[in-house]
Design a protein around this ligand. Structure first.
Ligand code: UN1
Length: 509
């Protein structure tokens, strides 16, 4: 047998799926082609599920809900504990499949699987902590409390860039909260979804008595996604992707009074203040802006540097941009892998041209052709010195472009920082307590994530993840994000022999 490194990517991907126990018969049985961004080669052609098939998938999920909601939460946690164990065993294989399908470096592929393991651990603990409050009542002989109940079928729509972690944030919470999951992965990353399903199936087999169809994957594009979004039996739609996608999903779910968790675009900025530790700032910015080839929703896309330290920081950054290694993540140690496809490359080039037209000075950004076949799209990351925050700086372009601007006044830079549509992540580099606290205060960063002396990306699962404004307002992962996956009931119990009414109302009959 060939060593994995000698196989073509298709064979390698299919071998991983077979090893994980997925049904490999479907991998070439359909019309939806998927490609590896590493080489651009086709690695699968899967059958898609049409609206009628999605309806029967949801039907099965709704049946599963009727059973799963009655299983005690700590027992549900046991399934997620087993999922975490299976993920630990599958970490290398799944991480490699993420690298093949999303183009991540082995370290980032493995890091994404670690993020899945972490949320499983979190959710297992959570399964014994789905607490409600006991609330003081104004009526004698009464008790008031709130209970949290399973919500219903959870639909998950995920993006190519975190093809497995985002599913796990939703699924680990949904399962302990008593809900089945129907997952529509990105059309660009269906194989990692099939792998996750196979891994969860192994956990389900070990668990023993879970209902059928607790977790299902639906493969397809827009029609498949719409069937999920519009079905009233899907109580919660958790969607990760572009703001444009969210603008369609949000109102459609709201029109049927469904619940949604939207995790949409980011246009994340860093601010470098005069007192910053410049060496640390440089390294944090380099990872935040160039890591994952700029294809994280938390990627740093804008940088404001104080006038007094601009010449100290920016030349070094430009140098780092010029020397960062770009190449095949599977066969080299390169820090920057491919863009996902040609469309991403073209969007990047268009943004750079628009930035130049606005007076931007572009460093890097051109295609790197000698590292892969023409069907793959690698680029040197781009740093653009901008005279002002205009044009493409105001938009999210899903590529490694960092727009760098000068500032001189702290209040002004906070205004500029917040003057974009998205509100996901942000960071400040300073050792000045006043600046740092201002940035974190009510009058500071308007984002869902605000950091000090670390970059904008790479959040841990323990905190709630998500952002404001055009980022959609949803929160996933840690803290009390679980509450979106449950319904709250307020219960008032009268244990007296009287019937006092609230607010002093009298109704003597
Ligand atoms: C995403 O890009 O959709 O904070 C998620 C981070 C990762 C998750 C990113 N933990 O960068």
């Amino acid at each position: 047998m060939k060593d994995a490194s000698e196989m073509d990517l298709k064979t390698s991907a299919h071998a991983i799926l077979a090893k994980l126990g997925a049904d490999t018969a479907v991998l070439e049985a359909g019309e939806m082609a998927s490609f590896s961004p590493v080489t651009g080669e086709q690695i699968a052609a899967l059958p898609v599920q049409d609206a009628a098939e999605v309806a029967s998938v949801i039907d099965r999920a709704a049946q599963a809900f009727r059973v799963w909601r009655k299983v005690p939460a700590p027992r549900r946690g046991e399934l997620v504990r087993l999922l975490g164990e299976e993920l630990r065993m599958a970490k290398d294989d799944l991480g490699r499949l993420v690298s093949i399908e999303a183009g991540k470096s082995p370290s980032e592929g493995a890091g994404e699987v670690q993020e899945m393991i972490d949320i499983c651990d979190f959710a297992v603990g959570l399964s014994r902590q789905l607490y409600g409050l006991t609330i003081a009542t104004e009526r004698p002989g009464h008790r008031m409390m709130e209970t949290w109940h399973p919500l219903g079928v959870v639909g998950v729509i995920s993006a190519f860039n975190f093809p497995v972690a985002v599913w796990s944030w939703n699924t680990a919470l949904a399962l302990v909260c008593g809900n089945p999951v129907v997952w529509k992965p990105s059309e660009k990353t269906p194989l990692t979804a099939l792998a996750c399903q196979a891994i969860l199936d192994r956990a389900l087999t070990r668990f023993g008595d879970a209902p059928e169809a607790l977790s299902q994957v639906i493969i397809g594009g827009r029609e498949t996604g719409e069937a999920l979004v519009d079905d009233p039996r899907v109580a919660l739609v958790s969607a990760t992707g572009s703001t444009r996608m969210g603008q369609q999903v949000g109102p459609r779910v709201a029109a049927r009074f469904g619940r949604s968790v939207l995790e949409l675009g980011g246009n994340n900025a860093g601010i470098v203040c005069p007192s910053a530790d410049m060496d640390m700032a440089l390294r944090a910015i380099a990872f935040g802006a160039m890591g994952t080839a700029g294809q994280r929703c938390t990627t740093m896309r804008r940088l404001f540097v104080h006038d007094s330290v601009y010449d100290q920081l920016v030349p070094g950054l430009i140098k780092a941009y010029g020397s960062v290694s770009v190449g095949n993540p599977l066969t080299t140690q390169a820090l920057v892998g491919p863009l996902v496809d040609q469309q991403a490359f073209e969007a990047m080039q268009a943004a750079l041209a628009a930035a130049a037209a606005e007076g931007g000075k572009v460093h890097g950004g051109s295609r790197v052709t000698d590292v892969a076949p023409d069907s793959a799209f690698y680029v040197q990351p781009a740093l653009v010195e901008m005279p002002a925050q205009t044009g493409p700086v105001l938009q999210e372009t899903f590529a490694p472009i960092l727009y760098v601007m000068r500032y001189s006044d702290f209040d002004d830079v906070i205004e500029l920082h917040n003057a974009v549509g998205a509100g996901l992540s942000s960071s400040i580099f300073t050792t000045d307590l006043r600046e740092s606290e201002m940035f974190l205060s009510a009058a500071g960063s308007d984002c869902g994530i605000a950091n000090v002396n670390i970059g904008t990306s790479g959040a841990e699962i323990g905190g709630a993840f998500g952002g404001e404004k055009e980022t959609g307002g949803g929160r996933e992962s840690g803290s009390d994000a679980w509450k979106a996956y449950m319904r709250r009931a307020t219960n008032t119990i009268n244990y007296s022999r009287e019937l006092p009414l609230a607010q002093g109302v009298v109704f003597d009959i």
